[in-house]
Design a protein around this ligand. Structure first.
Ligand code: MTE
Ligand code: CO
Length: 423
């Protein structure tokens, strides 16, 4: 399998076209299968004739080989080097809401570093009564909290501002992951140090060469920011900031400082040591939107989608996708089969947690005709996900960051799916 999104989509589609069965209703198709002798039913298979692997064959298990296409991928032409780059979560191939760490997108400015718990230190200084240095063990003695949150790079969808470009939601919306974190609240560490009244901002730095220094307003720092050391029940993976990272629910990914080593308290925002204007959004008149940290409500249909064409023909079809909002809970997701003319509410499956990925499903009886699939998220503030044209009308065409516009998938009658934009 290639790393190149467009080629992969095409070869896979060609294969699926060849095997596509003429669609009958689900029950009819099942009944037809039951009449032809099926060796998988009538014959004893190898896996039933001998023992499988012993319990200690894999002390730490990996996904079974049949799932080895469910991996992070990068887009080669996007960045010069893979050390300072980004890859994409295979959201098209996942279900539910939790992203396994092993396939959660990575974004590093200077590579993923190896930092042991023994060598780990976190310093809090600046406008505090008592500057402090914590070891990893010190952190584990503060009260622990658990929270689930999505982390979305501000650049997610950035390549699509100018028009539909990449074949697959892994590439168009995959700079996102959603994990259950365990750690301590930043407010508890700050209280230990004693924030002085003039302390209005924290400046957070990582231990890697880029340091990824970011300023966060004190109000947010004292609210739900977590200093996390577990993700999805196990230690953070190296690439996600082992042993400790910042979790900043609802805010853009670049503020989620990995390998966090210093939190300075200041009376104003300290500009990042790298390009200061990097995470601003350019407006049509050349001015920039600044400090747009919160990720607005967004959604995408993950299946069917360009990497997941329909190969079972017409009849019952499960449409599924993800919705999220940095401003709170998702309250509704609507799905359109006709490019936004008519909308049907989808089912929200499982919990809709605030500032976390939310799964939706819509079960339809597909008539086998082409569709223009779209999903549209609404959050608890009443905000409704805009169309791409509505976004461009406000922010112009030369943008990169904060693209939360509605995605359109053109489903062809043969089940192939293409990334398009419709007027
Ligand atoms: N923290 C450090 N120390 N160095 C980095 O390069 N990248 C940031 C942020 N934190 C970065 C960092 C960016 S831009 C994003 S989108 C998120 O980490 C990505 O987190 P992930 O690699 O766990 O997906
Ligand atoms: Co980012």
């Amino acid at each position: 399998m290639t790393d190149e999104p467009v080629k992969e989509g095409h070869s896979r589609r060609a294969f699926l076209r060849g095997t596509a069965a003429a669609g009958a209703g689900m029950l009819a198709a099942t009944a037809a299968r039951a009449q032809t002798p099926d060796p998988l039913i009538t014959e004893v298979q190898p896996w039933a004739s001998e023992f499988g692997d012993a319990v200690d064959a894999t002390p730490y298990g990996m996904p079974i080989e049949f799932e080895n296409h469910v991996v992070r991928r990068n887009v080669e032409w996007l960045t010069e080097s893979t050390a300072s780059s980004i890859n994409f979560t295979p959201i098209h191939a996942l279900e539910g809401t939790i992203t396994p760490q092993g396939c959660a997108f990575e974004r590093h400015h200077s590579g993923a570093i190896e930092l042991s718990k023994a060598d780990y230190r976190l310093m809090i200084n600046g406008l505090v009564d008592k500057p402090l240095v914590f070891t990893y063990e010190d952190l584990t003695r503060f009260p622990r909290h658990v929270t689930t949150a999505f982390c979305e790079c501000a650049a997610n969808g950035g390549m699509e501002w100018g028009g539909a470009q990449l074949e697959g939601c892994q590439f168009t919306q995959g700079m996102i992951h959603n994990m259950e974190y365990t750690g301590v609240m930043l407010r508890d560490l700050l209280a230990e140090a004693g924030v002085q009244p003039e302390g209005k901002w924290v400046y957070v730095e990582g231990a890697d060469a880029s340091s990824n220094g970011r300023s966060i307003p004190m109000e947010k720092a004292l609210d739900d920011v977590m200093v996390a050391f577990y993700a999805n029940g196990e230690a953070l993976r190296k690439e996600h900031g082992y042993p400790v990272r910042l979790v900043v629910p609802g805010f853009e990914g670049n503020m989620w400082v990995k390998w966090v080593r210093r939190i300075g308290v200041y009376d104003q925002a300290v500009e990042s040591r790298e390009e200061t204007s990097k995470y601003t959004d350019l407006m049509p008149d050349g001015r920039a939107r600044k400090w747009t940290w919160v990720m607005d409500a967004k959604s995408v249909i993950t299946s069917p989608s360009p990497q997941v064409p329909i190969h079972h023909g017409k009849g019952p079809l499960v449409i599924t996708g993800l919705a999220w909002s940095g401003n709170g809970r998702i309250t509704q997701v609507d799905v359109s089969l006709d490019g936004g003319r008519n909308w049907t509410p989808a089912r929200i499956s499982g919990d809709a947690k605030p500032k976390a990925l939310t799964r939706f499903h819509l079960d339809i009886d597909w008539n086998g005709e082409e569709m223009y699939l779209q999903s549209r998220a609404t959050d608890e503030t009443g905000y409704v996900q805009p169309t791409k044209d509505a976004l461009r009308a406000i922010r112009g065409n030369n943008n990169v960051y904060h693209n939360n516009g509605i995605q359109t998938w053109w489903v062809h009658a043969d089940g192939e799916v293409e990334n398009v934009e419709i007027a």
